[in-house]
Design a protein. Structure first.
Ligand code: SF4
Length: 282
């Protein structure tokens, strides 16, 4: 842990946009790997898009998911409980807003970022978005609230079948950030390169498939809008739930026998869950 103590000391010199990665790297180098370094929270489960490479595009799957979740918006008390659980373990790694919903459909996203920032001063707060609702003013509010990075995936550039074939919003934002480079440090634009088949729920042409030989989510926690801790970012239907943060502290869920056994098996590249088998085989 001496490496982490050193990191804590020198952390202020790193730009906030790279803190999460550097911290994760330090943890991995230190050899203490069975801990969560990334927590993804779905404060809203709906999305304004229906991209063909996302299970949200399948009406049947989407209806099944939404009815299983009950409310599409995470209750404020539940969100505060998650942050409180993280605070209680002095969590200092990545807190991401995302999963399968579009975070900017959450009208209180700025307040949620501010709350997380106060409770988790050393965490890297990241928002994953399609960018449709990210205006320069909203970005400025998020930065003031304490966000570290907004990752905007441009779904228009490689998805001609998108219901919104042009991306005027992203162009406006890009232009604004060119004129305000300090604000631009908080935004990363992602194009779509390789795509996951989402545990077999969507069909991806072979040349665009992301081929995995190992699980990339051994240190990640994914919490859906109902508070379920699910298998990973591909588990759209919550097929594998390890607990619910409404009922148990997050650290207790992380250390539960079933969750630990799954991580151990995946670290040895043993995959028995059907969505994992489909994920790994591409
Ligand atoms: S191998 Fe399984 S747990 Fe890992 S990313 Fe794929 S579906 Fe998720």
């Amino acid at each position: 842990m001496r490496l982490m103590a050193l990191y804590d000391l020198i952390m202020p010199v790193f730009p906030n946009t790279v803190r999460a990665e550097i911290r994760s790297l330090a943890i991995l180098i230190s050899g203490n790997q069975d801990r969560f370094l990334s927590v993804s929270v779905e404060t809203v489960a709906s999305c304004n898009r229906g991209c063909v490479y996302c299970p949200n595009s399948n009406q049947e799957l989407r209806s099944a998911r939404h009815s299983d979740l009950g409310s599409l918006v995470m209750l404020q008390g539940l969100y505060e409980k998650i942050i409180s659980d993280l605070k209680s373990v002095d969590y200092r790694y990545k807190l991401a807003f995302g999963h399968f919903g579009e975070p900017f459909l959450d009208r209180s996203i700025v307040d949620k970022v501010a709350f997380a920032r106060i409770s988790l001063p050393h965490s890297a707060i990241v928002i994953n978005s399609n960018g449709d609702y990210l205006t320069p003013d909203l970005l400025q509010d998020l930065v003031s609230a304490g966000v570290d990075r907004v990752i905007v995936t441009d779904h228009n550039s490689k998805d001609p079948s998108s219901p919104r074939p042009t991306s005027e919003e992203i162009q406006i934002l890009r232009h604004h950030l060119e004129c305000h480079p300090a604000l631009g440090n908080y935004v990363v634009f992602n194009g779509l390169q390789k795509l996951s088949n989402r545990g077999g729920l969507v069909s991806i042409p072979r040349e665009r498939r992301k081929i995995r030989s190992m699980c990339e989510e051994l240190n990640s926690v994914n919490i859906d809008a109902a508070g379920n801790v699910v298998l990973c970012s591909n588990d759209y239907l919550g097929s594998y739930k390890f607990g619910n943060v409404k009922e148990s502290p997050l650290a207790e869920i992380w250390n539960s026998a079933g969750y630990r056994a799954m991580r151990q098996a995946h670290s040895e590249r043993i995959f028995t869950e059907d969505i994992c088998i489909r994920c790994i085989s591409g």
